[in-house]
Design a protein around this ligand. Sequence first.
Ligand SMILES: [Cu+2]
Length: 153
Amino acid sequence: MYRTVLAATCIILTGGAALAADAPAADARAAIVVTHAWVRASLGQSPTTAAYLRIENRGATEDRLLAVATPAAATAHLHESVAKDGIMRMQAVNSLGIKPGQSIELAPGGLHIMMMGLKSPLKVGQTIPVKVRFEGAGEIEVDAEVRGLDDAR
Ligand SMILES: [Cu+2]
């Protein structure tokens, strides 16, 4: 499913991806539905945390997640947690295809939006905007609720 997976750990930072606002076709835009966005509260002064959400493709053509961003952090990248040699590691995911009818859940232990360089600690009850840019649907902004570390879903 992940056509391009870059082998890069969380420590390797790349520049924030630009969220260019090309005008997407109306049907392509309506096809992608982003819901259930939430962010893990940051731990103390930790400058990193992760955001999660659900992406649903209700259209007839495949779309592709190209970039993520949030004003709450200096950089945000799509990551995937994978077990390698018995150790959980995180890899950057360059882009993510979503097939017609497919629903993809970003969730703890799997795909996540890695937020690095938090501008201030994120506390339970806050809400931050998260922008997700798709090849076809363009940029979609959702509000992500900050939840505690122990909040299961
Ligand atoms: Cu990560």
